[in-house]
Design a protein. Structure first.
Length: 193
């Protein structure tokens, strides 16, 4: 299995988007932001780095549970799932979207309390469901420049453009890049907590 699994600690940057696909499959899309913190040894203080925002896709039972939990913008959350970076052309522009196909979503219990309630499981996801969900996620994608000319054979309008090496199904796994900086582990008990 060559999936890039990720755990994200952050907050909801927007209220969750809930829908049911044409095939009747529940789907929820979350916009989660996180701000990495690093300890600056020179000043002896924690420094906030630039915030980043990712789209989190939830299917079937997980989508229903997110909807029932009444999560709202600003809620502290934990997300685990498979990292996906998509590049595609739309309206003449090349766009990209960083997404997590969520396996779990929950409140960050270091920031507050929550209550657990059991529910039953859902069905399967079809290709049509995925296509409809990706179209809905376009609201959070970013333009990265003009799209290549379709006549040149590079990208079809509206189709996902392959990224990375041949045979990666148009999906790119992102590896960590070592930049030589020393990172300290995040302490949830800082003044920001």
């Amino acid at each position: 299995m060559n999936d890039a699994h990720i755990t994200l600690v952050g907050w909801l940057a927007a209220d969750p988007f809930h829908t049911v696909t044409a095939n009747g499959t529940p789907f929820a899309s979350l916009r989660v932001g996180c701000t990495p913190r690093r300890f600056d040894k020179a000043t002896g203080q924690w420094q906030d780095l630039d915030s980043m925002f990712l789209t989190v896709n939830c299917w079937r039972g997980l989508a229903d549970n997110v909807r029932a939990s009444d999560m709202k913008r600003g809620a502290p959350v934990l997300v685990t799932g498979r990292l996906r970076i998509r590049e595609y052309a739309k309206n003449g522009n090349l766009r990209y979207s960083v997404e997590i196909e969520a396996t779990t979503v929950g409140y960050d219990m270091t920031r507050g309390v929550s209550r657990f309630e059991r529910v039953s499981r859902g069905g399967t996801t079809t290709a049509e469901d995925v296509k409809e969900a990706l179209a809905g996620n376009d609201q959070w994608a970013s333009d990265i420049g003009p799209a290549p000319d379709p006549d040149a054979g590079a990208v079809d309008e509206g189709a996902a453009a392959p990224v990375g090496h041949p045979g990666d199904d148009g999906r790119s796994d992102v590896g960590d890049e070592e930049d030589g900086r020393e990172y300290e582990q995040y302490d949830a008990r800082t003044a920001a907590a």
